[in-house]
Design a protein around this ligand. Structure first.
Ligand SMILES: [Zn+2]
Length: 247
């Protein structure tokens, strides 16, 4: 067996896919050939590196919730067929679930809005912290902030102060997202500023959270309103803030 033939078969040899006679031929060549042995050694190193723990990532929790809510929102027929596919095995089921959720997500969502909106929200958040554009009305008093929006928007955003819970309301302003004026409420946690964007929901979208350009974003809907919370605050405290706002 030549060096070229040996090296062509090394992948299969490492994976234990060779028949007995090829295996013996390769092993006898390797015994007398240092160059091929060193190729084999680096191949084995690569294989063990690929199996290393450092290359494994646990799927984030929110991915699980997105997948599960996708199934919940699926039609009964889809759920029924998912149940019938149990025999395929856990791994295959998961692949099916992901595929179905992806299909549902791409069919029900408007791709342009899906991809653009979070980016626009990050830009608005960053812009709000530049210059003196953070608040148009500065007050932690709900009774000042809420009426201020009247006449500027055709809806009344909730403007609750959360000072007692550690998230004081700094004020509000009118911002522009998706070519429409939206309410922005500004909260603070220590040195971190939090923007809450609120506008009437056009269509129902599932709760979601993501990290974009270093900012944490949490989105939910309640009582016909869409909410987007964004900050450089850590995800745990931002989740706490979202929980308080949802109450
Ligand atoms: Zn060789």
């Amino acid at each position: 067996m030549t060096c070229e033939e040996t090296q062509n078969l090394l992948d299969a040899y490492v994976d234990g896919e060779l028949d007995w006679s090829s295996k013996v031929a390769i092993e006898s060549h390797l015994q007398g050939c240092p160059p091929c042995s060193s190729v084999l050694a680096s191949l084995k190193l690569l294989v063990s590196a690929m199996q290393g723990r450092s290359l494994r990532f646990k799927a984030p929790e929110y991915l699980k919730s997105v997948v599960l809510s996708g199934i919940e929102r699926a039609s009964p027929a889809v759920r029924h067929s998912l149940a019938n596919w149990r025999w395929v095995g856990v791994a295959a089921s998961f692949a099916v679930v992901v595929a179905v959720s992806w299909l549902l997500a791409t069919r029900t969502a408007k791709p342009s809005v899906e991809t653009q909106l979070p980016g626009d929200i990050v830009s608005s958040h960053v812009r709000s912290m530049m210059a003196d554009h953070l608040t148009d009305v500065s007050s932690s008093d709900t009774h000042n902030v809420k009426p201020w929006f009247a006449g500027k928007l055709d809806y009344s955003p909730p403007a609750r102060d959360l000072s007692l819970q550690g998230f004081p309301l700094l004020g509000g302003r009118v911002d522009y997202l998706q070519d429409r004026p939206v309410a922005a409420l500004i909260y603070q946690r220590n040195q971190h500023l939090i923007n809450l964007f609120v506008w009437p929901a056009n269509e129902s979208t599932p709760e979601s959270r993501l990290v974009l350009r270093g900012y944490n974003l949490i989105h939910w809907e309640k009582s016909g309103m869409t909410y987007w919370l964004i900050s450089d605050l850590n995800p745990e405290e931002l989740t706490q803030c979202a929980g308080l706002l949802k109450e």
